[in-house]
Design a protein around this ligand. Structure first.
Ligand code: AMP
Length: 111
């Protein structure tokens, strides 16, 4: 499949991969928005959050478990998880991914 994150997951495109298991990979964002900025990506190609089905419940839980584990590994007590759904919400890569951001303070509401 001609998808950037599928290719990264298959290691056809290099990335700073920091986690891999049967269901997901995690790698550092190429344009970090915080000292820690990690993308947690399912191996299954799902374009966006709105396309999730009840069959993906366990997968979604798994992505959050990976995020929590990586937050501990990165020594982040405070962190932000972001999932952009659709261009208007800031999505630019059409393969579902969770952003794990930490290492600085974040404002609210988000921009
Ligand atoms: P989003 O805008 O939510 O779709 O997030 C996509 C993210 O992917 C952005 O933060 C980009 O900086 C990041 N990104 C794009 N290409 C790469 C790449 N080759 N390796 C790592 N991160 C990337």
């Amino acid at each position: 499949m001609n998808c950037l994150f599928c290719k990264i997951a298959r290691r056809e495109i290099p990335s700073e991969l920091i986690h891999e298991d049967t269901e997901a990979v995690a790698f550092r964002d190429i344009h970090p928005q915080a000292p820690t900025h990690i993308l947690i990506v399912p191996k299954k190609h799902i374009e966006k959050h709105a396309d999730l089905s009840t069959q993906d419940k366990a997968l979604l839980g798994h992505l959050h478990e990976v995020a929590r584990t990586l937050a501990v590994r990165e020594k982040l007590s405070d962190y932000r998880l972001v999932l952009n759904n659709g261009a208007g919400a800031g999505q630019s890569v059409w393969h579902l991914h969770l952003h794990l951001l930490g290492g600085r303070n974040f404002s609210w509401p988000p921009g």
